[in-house]
Ligand binder design. Structure first.
Ligand SMILES: Nc1ncnc2c1ncn2[C@@H]1O[C@H](COP(=O)(O)OP(=O)(O)O)[C@@H](O)[C@H]1O
Ligand SMILES: [Mg+2]
Length: 383
C-alpha cells in the first residue's frame, strides 16, 4: 500500500529564474498507474526524480504511505522505489542475472539462494525464460529485451513503487506495444503504484488509470483518461489529448459509455440481437452494428449476465421495466461522441437531436437513455 501525495512540491534549479516544478499538488492512490504527460521541458522528469530524491525539492512535500520522503534515508528509500529509464543502463560486463541482482546486493538484506530464485522468478515475469537468458550479456539482447531486464532489475527488491521515465521511448512501435502489454500484465499480477513519464499519448491512455498533464511546471489537469478526453479543462489539454479526435474516442471509450435504455420498444420483444461486452470499445461496437445490420446490440457484462453491474452506474435508472442502459445503438454512440464535444461549440440542437433520437421510444426513462450520465459513469476501453 503506497499512496503518493505531492503537496505543493516545487523545484527551482539554481541556474534558472522560474521553477521547473511549481507548487504541484495531487495524490496518486495506491496500486494505480499515473502517467505524466506534457511537452518537453514541462517538468515531468523533475517531478518524478523528486520522489526517490535523485532531485531534492526546493519546497513542499512528497508523502508516501504517510511518510515524508524528505525525512527518509535516501538509500533506504530507493529500496522501496524501482526506477526504470529509457537508457536501461545495464552493466555490459555483467550477465543478465548479475545485472538483475545488483540492486538487491547493493541495498543488502538478501540471502544468495533467495536471490537466485528471485532472479529466475523475475525473468519469468518479464517474459524472458531464465534458462535461456540468465547467462547472456546485455550485448546479446535486443533493445526490448534489455528493457525487460531493466524492468526485472527495478522489481528485484519488490518495491511498492515504480518510477518509469519514458522507458519504452527508444523502442520500435511493435516492441513498444508488446512492452506496454507486458507492463499491464505485470501490473495486474503484482500491483505497484506506478508513476510513468511519457510523451506518447496513446501510451498514456493505454496504461494510465490516471493522467497528470504538466505544463510549464504546473499541474494542468489530473484525471482518468476518459475525463481528459471528454472534459479537458482548457484548450491546451484538449489539444494535447486530442479531445477532438473521434477515432481516439471510439477506440478508448467503452460500449457501456453509450449504454441506452432508449432502444427498447424499437424491436419486437424476443427479437434476437447480437451481444456486445460492456468493456468492448465503441469502435468494435460500431463495427458490429454495421456488420450485423442489427438495430441494436445487447450489452453483456462478463460473468454477470446481461445488464449486470459492470457499467459502473452508467445507465439511467429511471426506467420502470427492468435494467436501463442495456442496449447500444448507432444513435447512442453518436450521442455519446457529441456530448464530449458540446463544449467545443457543437450546436446544442444537434446534441439534443442525437439524444432525442434515442430517447424517443423509451417513454419512462425520464431524461432519456443517456441523460444524467456524468464523467463518473464513463469507462475506458482497455481492450
Ligand atoms: N539540472 C538542471 N539544472 C537546471 N535546469 C534544469 C535541470 N534539470 C531540468 N531543468 C529544467 O527544468 C525544466 C523541466 O525539465 P524536465 O523535468 O526534464 O522536463 P520534462 O521531463 O517534462 O521534459 C526544463 O526547463 C529544464 O531545462
Ligand atoms: Mg523528461
Amino acid at each position: 500500500m503506497a499512496e503518493i501525495s505531492f503537496q505543493a512540491i516545487t523545484k527551482q534549479f539554481g541556474s534558472s529564474t522560474k521553477p521547473s516544478v511549481d507548487a504541484v499538488t495531487f495524490t496518486v492512490p495506491s496500486d494505480t498507474t499515473c502517467m505524466f504527460v506534457g511537452k518537453s521541458g514541462a517538468g515531468k522528469t523533475t517531478l518524478l526524480r523528486m520522489v526517490n530524491r535523485l532531485i531534492e525539492p526546493t519546497s513542499g512535500k512528497i508523502v508516501i504511505a504517510g511518510a515524508n520522503v524528505l525525512e527518509e534515508d535516501p538509500i533506504e528509500l530507493r529500496r522501496h522505489i524501482g526506477y526504470v529509464i529509457q537508457q536501461v543502463g545495464l552493466f555490459p560486463h555483467m550477465t543478465v542475472a548479475e545485472n538483475i541482482r545488483v540492486t538487491a546486493e547493493v541495498t543488502g538484506g538478501w540471502k544468495k539462494s533467495r536471490l537466485d530464485a528471485r532472479v529466475d522468478e523475475l525473468l519469468d515475469l518479464v517474459g524472458l525464460p531464465p534458462s535461456e537468458y540468465r547467462r547472456r550479456f546485455p550485448r546479446e539482447l535486443s533493445g526490448g529485451q534489455q528493457q525487460r531486464v531493466g524492468l526485472a532489475r527495478a522489481l528485484t527488491t519488490d518495491p511498492m513503487i515504480l518510477l518509469m521515465d519514458e522507458p519504452f521511448g527508444a523502442l520500435d512501435a511493435i516492441t513498444r506495444a508488446q512492452m506496454q502489454d507486458e507492463l499491464l500484465r505485470i501490473q495486474s499480477n503484482v500491483r505497484k503504484t506506478i508513476l510513468f513519464v511519457t510523451h506518447d499519448l496513446e501510451e498514456a491512455l493505454k496504461l494510465g488509470d490516471l493522467i497528470a498533464v504538466m505544463h510549464q511546471g504546473k499541474l494542468e489537469q489530473l484525471g482518468a483518461p476518459v475525463d481528459l478526453l471528454t472534459h479537458p479543462v482548457n484548450d491546451m489539454v484538449a489539444r494535447l489529448v486530442g479531445s477532438d479526435n473521434i477515432l481516439r474516442e471510439l477506440q478508448y471509450l467503452t460500449a457501456a459509455t453509450a449504454a441506452t435504455a432508449g432502444a427498447r420498444g424499437r424491436f419486437a420483444p424476443g427479437e434476437a440481437l447480437p451481444g456486445c461486452p460492456r468493456d468492448a470499445s465503441l469502435l468494435s461496437a460500431m463495427l458490429k452494428l454495421f456488420e450485423t445490420g442489427a438495430p441494436a446490440l445487447v450489452l453483456e457484462s462478463p460473468g454477470a449476465g446481461v445488464g449486470g453491474g459492470a457499467g459502473g452506474g452508467s445507465g439511467a435508472s429511471g426506467g420502470g421495466g427492468g435494467a436501463a442502459g442495456d442496449y447500444i445503438t448507432l444513435a447512442s454512440i453518436i450521442s455519446t461522441l457529441m456530448k464530449g464535444r458540446s463544449r467545443e461549440g457543437w450546436p446544442e440542437s444537434a446534441t439534443l437531436a442525437a439524444s432525442g433520437a434515442d430517447s424517443g421510444n423509451s417513454g419512462n426513462s425520464g431524461n432519456g437513455g443517456n441523460g444524467g450520465k456524468g464523467a463518473d459513469g464513463l469507462a475506458l476501453a482497455k481492450a
